[in-house]
Design a protein around this ligand. Structure first.
Ligand code: 13P
Length: 257
């Protein structure tokens, strides 16, 4: 069985001191409980804001079992793109994963299917793992179009990749209606069909199919039980280190069952 990917994006939260405390706590926890390794069949990952990338890399160390990501990266390698960070720059700062197409970026920062495609290609070109986020709005869901919508988002970003390139991609399904303070936690039954659709298309073809959106300590085990789900992508619950460590325990128990 491939590992369960369990990770968090800090979004636009945490000072350097707060990020340092979280990363040191995780490093020390893994050192004391798992001899510095990840729990068996669990792939931890953390995606801080750019300001904390090198700091978190330094704390975790080069050989950490915890993958480090960035929340966005430009598709060009360098140039006159004020305010942007490129994939080579992210890699230089220690990142191994590039989050692409989160709904907050699609909604507020003009991310489109076209830009997600360019960014996936850039990440792959430089040997980083693209973490492609897809998800439909409440309106699309209410109209019964969830699966069709997310398959189109995924296809738009991934079409044309070779099987080898596709095998390095992680997809996170994050329905917009389930994300953040304004979201409501999804119930398992609502996710079965979208994951069946994603699984039919991508299971075994990509590195992982993650679920994200109001994951908490009460629903994590049930979400991991949905067919084709191979991990969780978590915001608020994991911003407290204790919450994240508990999610790692839940995943480890699930992987061992
Ligand atoms: P929440 O877990 O806070 O709903 O955020 C999910 C998310 O957007 C992860 O990318």
């Amino acid at each position: 069985m491939s590992p369960l990917w369990i990770g968090t994006s800090w979004k636009m939260t945490k000072t350097l001191a707060e990020g340092r405390a979280w990363a040191e706590g995780l490093r020390d926890h893994l050192a004391s409980t798992h001899d510095g390794q990840a729990p068996a069949r669990v792939q931890p990952f953390v995606i801080p804001p750019f300001t904390a990338t090198t700091t978190v890399r330094g704390i975790l160390g080069e050989d950490s079992p915890v993958l480090l990501g960035v929340q966005n990266a430009h598709w060009e390698d360098e140039g006159a793109w004020t305010g942007e960070v490129s994939v080579p720059q992210a890699k230089d700062a220690g990142a191994q994963v590039v989050e692409i197409g989160h709904s907050e970026r699609r909604e507020h920062f003009g991310e489109t299917v076209e830009t997600t495609q360019l960014k996936v290609a850039a990440a792959l070109r430089h040997g980083l793992t693209p973490l492609l986020c897809i998800g439909e709005s409440a309106e699309v869901k209410d109209a019964g179009g969830s699966s069709e919508f997310i398959l189109a988002q995924a296809a738009g970003a991934l079409d044309g990749l070779s099987p080898e390139e596709l095998s390095r991609v992680v997809i996170a399904y994050e329905p917009i209606w389930a994300i953040g303070e304004k979201g409501r936690p999804a119930v398992v039954e609502e996710l079965v069909e979208p994951f069946a659709a994603l699984g039919a298309q991508y299971s075994g073809e990509v590195t992982g199919l993650l679920y994200g959106g109001s994951v908490n300590l009460d629903n994590a085990a049930d979400l991991l039980g949905i067919e084709h789900v191979t991990g969780l992508f978590v915001g608020r619950t994991a911003w407290r280190l204790e919450g994240y460590l508990e999610l790692l325990r839940i995943a480890a128990a699930h992987a061992a069952a």
